[in-house]
Write a protein that binds this ligand. Structure first.
Ligand SMILES: *Cc1c(COP(=O)(O)O)cnc(C)c1O
Length: 494
């Protein structure tokens, strides 16, 4: 939408002397007058916007409309599972009965602790683990917590030499980052042509210094790693543990469980698989699960249940445990949302979510592979990766002025879609990673497919127009690197 207010800063709408109120003169006694002392009064010449109330209302409403979210349109951001966040979850987590002070004593918080404990158990069951902590605030925070659990486990056995973490080259960037933050060394394991882990390369990297192997399955290419049992046996044989990055548990839900595949520790993202808001939409939660024998290493506080007395309590001082990794119990409201999602699907329906997500991803892939390069043929899981446009549509990697993945992503904005994930994973030069999730209708998928085809044809026939997209957004091609390195926090009139 284009109007006077669209894409403008409030300073640009400012007019000298305009104010947002008009109050009657104060007829009350002098002694009630609110007098600001001189240093607190506004000095003339202060650069503050001056605008009437309606302009301010329109300004902020238009600004909020510039936001793109799952509630605005299709958001096929690969590796992010931007599924719909049911409004039921919001209603339940805002129940006044649930919003208690975090320092409420255990005896007065039994209901809240029961919900927490129940969620711990349900997630452990879904993942095939023995116990979970819901304390971490995000996926990466869960990874760090999980790796700290692993380090603790090795230390407890007196095995301090295990300082390496094996990470496939297709891994999400947070995996090596979390290992490094945990003080461990990252060793990369190669992928084969089909996108799965190269087991022969892995064998050369195993040894008494390996603390763990981190894996994502289906991996970031959306390919199922078929050799997990063999990989787990190799890693366990050398004394290491298997870490599962379960940020995207979506395609596994109710179908198979990381615990049954030989993983020892994992994290789950409630703000992906379990439908809680994501990114700018809200805080996250990255529960960590462990197999039997590792429970004592989980961080404090833990919610435990005493079957004899029927009481829930907080374990805060167990010596074996990691210290606190979050304030109190983590993001409680997010945990309630995740539980609401689990319960509203039920054990009966949970397996449908992943299967539909897989079907949707394959549907888009098959319809578009005549237009975009598909480096790995065959069935994908919940997401897949194109390697840019096919050559006949102008996607030649080596030619100057070719239409890149960035150009396609920018053009999609003109059609009202959020762009897919681009240039990740790093295995392909022009990666375009699409994850539709199960919550989109066939109508939306068909609309997206049509637009993607249209962009391919435009790239061939109207190259300049695609190269200069987007044409309909308030800002167009931003310098991403400069935005990070030299962010501008203040307004300066041009
Ligand atoms: C999103 C994601 C993460 C990180 O989760 P955050 O909550 O963003 O920290 C880790 N691994 C994979 C595979 C992911 O998709």
């Amino acid at each position: 939408m284009n109007n006077t207010y669209y894409g403008k800063l409030i300073f640009e709408l400012s007019r000298p002397g305009r104010v947002g109120y008009s109050l009657p003169a104060n007829k009350f006694d002098e002694k009630y007058a609110l007098a600001l002392s001189e240093p607190l009064r506004r000095q003339s010449g202060t650069l503050l916007p001056e605008a009437d109330e309606l302009t301010v209302a329109r300004h902020y409403t238009n600004m909020s409309n510039n936001n793109f979210g799952v509630d605005t349109g299709f958001y096929p951001l690969g590796s992010c599972t931007m599924k719909y966040n049911p409004k039921l979850n919001e209603e339940l987590c805002q129940l006044p009965e649930l919003n208690i002070h975090p320092q409420t004593p255990d005896y007065a918080a039994q209901g809240n602790l029961a919900i927490y404990h129940y969620t711990q158990q349900m997630l452990a069951e879904v993942a095939g683990m023995s116990e979970c902590t819901l304390n971490p605030y995000a996926g990466a925070h869960g990874e760090l917590t999980g790796l700290m659990v692993i380090r603790r486990y090795h230390e407890k056995r007196g095995d301090a030499a295990r300082v390496k973490v094996l990470v496939p080259d297709s891994a999400h960037g947070t995996n090596p980052a979390s290992a490094a933050v945990c003080g461990l060394q990252v060793v990369q394991v190669k992928s084969l042509e089909d996108g799965t882990v190269d087991v022969e390369d892995l064998k050369t990297k195993l040894g008494p210094d390996v603390a763990a192997m981190m894996m994502t399955n289906p991996n970031t290419l959306g390919i199922f790693e078929r050799r997990i049992p063999e990989i787990a046996a190799l890693v366990h044989e050398c004394g290491g543990l298997m870490y599962y990055d379960g940020a995207n548990l979506n395609p596994m839900l109710g179908v198979c469980r990381p615990g049954d595949m030989g993983f020892d520790v994992l994290h789950i993202n409630l703000h992906k698989t379990f439908s809680t808001p994501h990114g700018g939409g809200g805080p996250g939660s990255g529960p960590v699960g462990v197999r039997a024998g590792l429970e004592d290493c989980l961080p404090n506080p833990r919610v435990v249940y005493d079957a004899e007395s029927g009481d829930y309590s907080l374990l805060t001082d167990s010596e074996e445990a990691l210290g606190s990794i979050s304030a109190f119990l983590g993001n409680y409201g997010v945990i309630v949302r995740g539980l609401a999602y689990l319960l509203s699907l039920g054990k009966e329906n949970i397996a449908m979510a992943g299967k539909l997500a897989v079907l949707n991803a394959n549907y888009i892939k098959e319809q578009l592979k005549a237009y975009y390069k598909l480096p790995i043929e065959g069935l994908c899981k919940h997401e897949f990766v194109f390697d840019g446009l096919r050559e006949e549509f102008g996607g030649d990697h080596h030619e100057d002025g070719h239409v890149s993945t960035l150009d396609v992503a920018k053009r999609l904005l003109d059609y009202g879609f959020h762009a897919p994930t681009i240039y990740f994973p790093l295995l392909f030069h022009e990666a375009l990673m699409i994850e539709p999730t199960e919550t989109e209708s066939k109508d939306t998928l068909d609309e997206f497919i049509e637009v993607m085809k249209k962009i391919a044809v435009e790239a061939r026939d109207e190259r300049e127009m695609v190269l200069s997209a987007p044409h309909s957004t308030p800002v167009r091609r931003l310098d991403d690197v400069k935005a990070v390195k030299e962010p501008k926090f203040t307004y300066k009139a041009l």
